[in-house]
Design a protein around this ligand. Structure first.
Ligand code: PSU
Ligand code: MN
Length: 307
């Protein structure tokens, strides 16, 4: 039945059949998270980094209603330039398929499709979370419920402070999602290495993550894991500059009544302009850093699963 909807790239399928390491990548970051042409450059480079680190990249998207695991460079270019790409979360999937639309997958939807294909590890920039003011807006990203339910590990640079990081961590705890710091005790805040919040566990190697994932899934403890990997120091932003930019962007989003799907892309774009593009450069570098860690986790997981 799945075959009717799902198309797995031959190289990805071959790796999965052999139990070789594969890393999933999302496409919302391409279509809605970064401007052209940097989005294309980022998407291509991240694939290269995963290969250099011994895994096969699988960028996930929906093209004319077909769920694609592993897309071509032409398809990346299309997703990066077309204005008609839907931002697809779990609730959008049925209609994007039935109407044969083209869509970019969020963290939640990338996890769903990765899981359909049998991919266990996914690299991105940042996950969605509980937004500031969620007690009145109810704006909590569907990414968190997906992490609670779908068996895919997500390597990210923590949660941005456009979110309420404390509430995001509480939500994940309630839903049984481990949040681990990669070589850190502290939850990173995307553009900065520190947030003031602790993670549940500090890990010092990709093997430690792989062993914990294996135990989790051997025991059918359903759901994913957040591996929070701080941005490299040389690309980190100044705490005050980035937080001023975030606060200004939040104010503008209120004035312009930006909500729901448009909210995160609007904020990212405004923060980029307020910081003269510096936030975009940091964003790209942290994705590269996550790709490397994800490839290593995928390799270790593949090795211990083959034994
Ligand atoms: N954070 C980023 N860049 C992004 C996103 C988050 O720095 O592009 C995207 C991811 O695809 C994530 C989605 O899953 O935004 C969350 O959107 P929302 O808050 O609408 O659930
Ligand atoms: Mn939302």
């Amino acid at each position: 039945m799945l075959d009717k909807y799902l198309e797995i790239h031959s190289e990805v399928r071959k790796a999965l059949d052999n139990g070789d390491p594969v890393v999933a990548l999302e496409s919302t970051i391409i279509s809605h998270g970064m401007p052209y042409p940097k989005n294309v450059e980022m998407a291509k480079t991240v694939g290269k980094i995963i290969r250099e680190n011994g895994a096969v990249p699988a960028t996930i998207a929906i093209i004319n209603g077909v769920l694609k695991v592993g897309i071509t460079e032409d398809e990346i270019e299309f997703l990066a330039t077309s204005k008609d790409v839907v931002k697809v979360s779990r609730r959008d999937l049925p209609f994007v398929i039935s109407k044969k639309l083209t869509g970019a997958t969020t963290v939640a939807t990338t996890m769903i499709l990765a899981n359909f294909a049998g991919i266990k590890v996914f690299a991105t920039g940042g996950i969605g979370g509980v937004h500031r003011g969620a007690e009145t807006s109810f704006d909590i990203s569907a990414d968190l419920q997906e992490l609670a339910n779908t068996n895919v590990a997500v390597v990210c640079a923590g949660a941005k402070s456009i979110l309420d990081i404390g509430l995001t961590l509480e939500y994940l705890e309630t839903n049984g999602v481990p949040v681990v710091g990669f070589k850190t005790d502290e939850m990173p805040a995307f553009y900065t290495r520190k947030s003031g919040f602790s993670v549940d566990y500090k890990v010092d190697s990709s093997m430690e993550v792989a062993e914990a994932l294996k135990a989790k899934w051997d025991l059918n403890l359903k759901g994913g894991m957040v591996i929070a990997n701080p941005i490299p120091q040389q690309y980190e932003m100044d705490y005050n500059i980035i937080n001023n930019a975030i606060n200004n962007a939040l104010k503008e989003s209120k004035e312009n009544n930006i909500t729901v799907k448009k909210f995160t892309p609007f904020l990212l774009d405004r923060i980029k302009n307020i910081t003269d593009g510096k936030s975009l450069d940091s964003n790209i570098e942290l994705v590269y850093n996550n790709a490397k860690v994800a490839a290593n986790i995928a390799k270790d997981l593949s090795n211990i699963s083959k034994k």
